[in-house]
Structures are given as structure tokens and as C-alpha cells.
Write a protein that binds this ligand. Structure first.
Ligand SMILES: [Ca+2]
Ligand SMILES: [Ca+2]
Length: 233
């Protein structure tokens, strides 16, 4: 056997091993798909607002939102040094403005089909004092109240809701009062990165199709191996 033949056989052996490895990987991958979750939730964003497009200001207006029943401030890393810890810290909303009356901010309405949805947002305490404020988020008939002391670090909150039929909904945030809660004192919970999204089940291939796919890929790998072996005889 010449050196070149030996090299071809070594190469064939390497090629066979490579094909076997790929065949095993395809089989394992197919099996993982077959035994994996049958339904996969896929979120679709209806709107996202990080408030970065708004100019700093006390008793400010907000792009794409209506401010009513009081005021809110646009603050941030360049104005009052707030929004600390937000993923987009340059601008956020102080939900208790500077007029002695906390405002309500509303966005919508949105016409939403029947299904599952989520309203998520980042909120933190206001480090200008140590008092407790409480922010109420509402959408459709779902409500989430978030009480935070001034030192409370920012984190994300999610309000899940389901609609049984086509519904017109608006998203709203406003500070509320209560025992031990300070509202209308010009110091409010900081709000940022608001997202309204739908959660829909993404279509996935039937397990039978996946088995056929895996078998088909194995067949392709085997045919390629045979064809390569035949050309090197
Ligand atoms: Ca922001
Ligand atoms: Ca307040």
C-alpha cells in the first residue's frame, strides 16, 4: 500500500468518524426536539418606552402618553441624579411631579385580540427621601400596586392579564395614597422601561414530523458517506 493510499484510507476513516459524529448529533438533536415542550411562548412587543426621548423637566409632558389629574417630572442621571439602576438611566419618570398633585399617565387605547398579555416596567424608590410611595399600574381590569420606600432598589415588575375577546385597553400609572403612604408630596416612585407585550403560543412541528426530519437527515448523512466512499475506491 502506497503512502497516498494510506492517506486516503486514513482520510476515509476520519470522514466516517466525522459522519458518524454528525449522525449521532442529528439523532440527539431530533430526540431533544421530540421530547421538548410542545408549546413555546413567544412574546410580541406592542410598545416599549424607556422615556429617553423626553426632555428633562418638572411637571413635564411625555411623548405618546397623556398626563392628567396632576403632574409628573422627567428626571435622570443629568437631572436630579435619579433613575439609578435603570437599564436606561438617562431619563425616567418621577410619578409624583412638582405641583403637589401626582399625575396619572395613560397610553392607548390599544385594540387587543383575545389572548394573554403582560405589562412590565422598572420601578424604584425615590432617594430624595426615605418615605414610602405606592405606584399603581393598571391595564384592562388588571391592577398591580407597588409600594416602595425611598431606598428600594429598582427592579422589574410584571402584570399579566388575559382577554377573552377583542378589547380596547389603555395602560395607566399613578401614585396612590394609604396608611403610611405619601402621595402628592412631589416625591414619587421612579418609572422606566415600560413594555406591553402579547404572549402567544408559537406553532411547533408535530413530534411525528420531527422524527421524519431526524430520520431524513440520518439518511442524507448515510448517503453522503456511501457516495464519498465510492469515489475513493
Ligand atoms: Ca429611561
Ligand atoms: Ca409621593
Amino acid at each position: 500500500m502506497g503512502i497516498s493510499n494510506r492517506l486516503v484510507r486514513v482520510s476515509d476513516k476520519g470522514g466516517d468518524m466525522l459522519h458518524r459524529r454528525w449522525a449521532i448529533r442529528v439523532a440527539v438533536f431530533s430526540l431533544a426536539l421530540v421530547v421538548g415542550p410542545a408549546r413555546v411562548a413567544r412574546a410580541s412587543t406592542i410598545f416599549f418606552d424607556d422615556f429617553e426621548s423626553n426632555a428633562y423637566g418638572l411637571n413635564a409632558s411625555l411623548n405618546n402618553w397623556t398626563v392628567s389629574s396632576g403632574t409628573v417630572d422627567v428626571v435622570g442621571s443629568g437631572f436630579f441624579g435619579l433613575c439609578v439602576g435603570s437599564p436606561t438611566p438617562a431619563h425616567c419618570v418621577d410619578t409624583d411631579g412638582s405641583s403637589g398633585q401626582a399625575g396619572t399617565i395613560t397610553r392607548g387605547p390599544f385594540s387587543l385580540a383575545a389572548g394573554s398579555y403582560a405589562l412590565s416596567f422598572w420601578a424604584s424608590g425615590n432617594q430624595r427621601d426615605s418615605l414610602t410611595n405606592e405606584l399603581e399600574a393598571s391595564v384592562a381590569s388588571a391592577v398591580l400596586d407597588v409600594p416602595l420606600v425611598g431606598s428600594a432598589p429598582g427592579q422589574f415588575y410584571t402584570l399579566n392579564f388575559t382577554l377573552a375577546s377583542l378589547t380596547s385597553v389603555s395602560v395607566a400609572f399613578h401614585e396612590i395614597g394609604g396608611a403610611g403612604i405619601t402621595v402628592n408630596d412631589n416625591v414619587g416612585i421612579l418609572l422606566d422601561n415600560v413594555t406591553l407585550s402579547s404572549s402567544q403560543a408559537a406553532p411547533v412541528p408535530e413530534p411525528a414530523s420531527l422524527v421524519m426530519l431526524g430520520t431524513g437527515l440520518l439518511g442524507v448523512a448515510a448517503r453522503r458517506r456511501r457516495r464519498k466512499a465510492a469515489t475513493k475506491v
